[in-house]
Design a protein around this ligand. Structure first.
Ligand code: CTP
Ligand code: MG
Length: 168
């Protein structure tokens, strides 16, 4: 694996990362308060997703991810449909992570190592793989190797910047 592979991967995955980070940054600007599950509980009596997953966050994540995709496409570095897929995939994966956490009775906002960091990026890659074009195996490996430290670092920065109450 060469440095150029890593750079190619980072450019490729950028809409996914940006989409995932957007709700955390923007919720201090806009009131994000309409839960995707509309407050409903699942069969186990726990919330389906919880208050941490809102329509406003989902839509703003996809919108900003697409915006980044449009800029990258302009420079010949991405495709519009690909960046939309990665942005929607990131937000869906984020919801899937919360769905799993709630089923395991982990309260909203409490950390769940690996699941918190990786569900969004793996979901985006798998959806892209099946709905757009197959992804090389090394991209999955890179996504794990890069996302883990990056996610921990950016969340810590968001905590220091008072964007998040907890550093995870
Ligand atoms: N957020 C949002 N809508 C989304 C995703 C995130 O409004 N679709 C906002 C919420 O304010 C959320 C914050 O971004 O609290 C941080 O996101 P995340 O860490 O994914 O959610 P948690 O609050 O930790 O909830 P969970 O335990 O379900 O992951
Ligand atoms: Mg969280």
């Amino acid at each position: 694996m060469t440095l150029s592979n890593v750079v190619d991967f980072v450019i490729f995955i950028l809409p996914c990362y940006i989409a995932n980070a957007t709700p955390v940054v923007l919720r201090n600007v806009f009131p994000f308060r309409t839960p995707i599950d509309l407050g409903r509980k699942f069969f186990d009596g726990m919330r389906v997703l919880g208050d941490g997953k809102t329509y406003e966050g989902f839509i703003s994540g996809v919108a900003v991810g697409l915006l980044v995709g449009i800029v990258l496409t302009y420079f010949g570095l991405h495709t519009i449909h690909g960046s939309i897929m990665l942005s929607i995939g990131a937000m869906l994966g984020d919801c899937l992570g919360s769905f799993i956490k709630r089923r395991l009775k982990v309260p909203r906002g409490k950390p769940f190592p690996l699941l918190d960091q990786l569900t969004f990026v793996i979901t985006a890659l798998v959806l892209y793989n099946f709905l757009i074009t197959p992804i090389p195996l090394e991209y999955y490996i890179l996504s794990i190797l890069i996302t883990l430290p990056l996610h921990l670092f950016t969340n810590w920065v968001a905590y220091i910047a008072k964007l998040k109450e907890v550093p995870w």
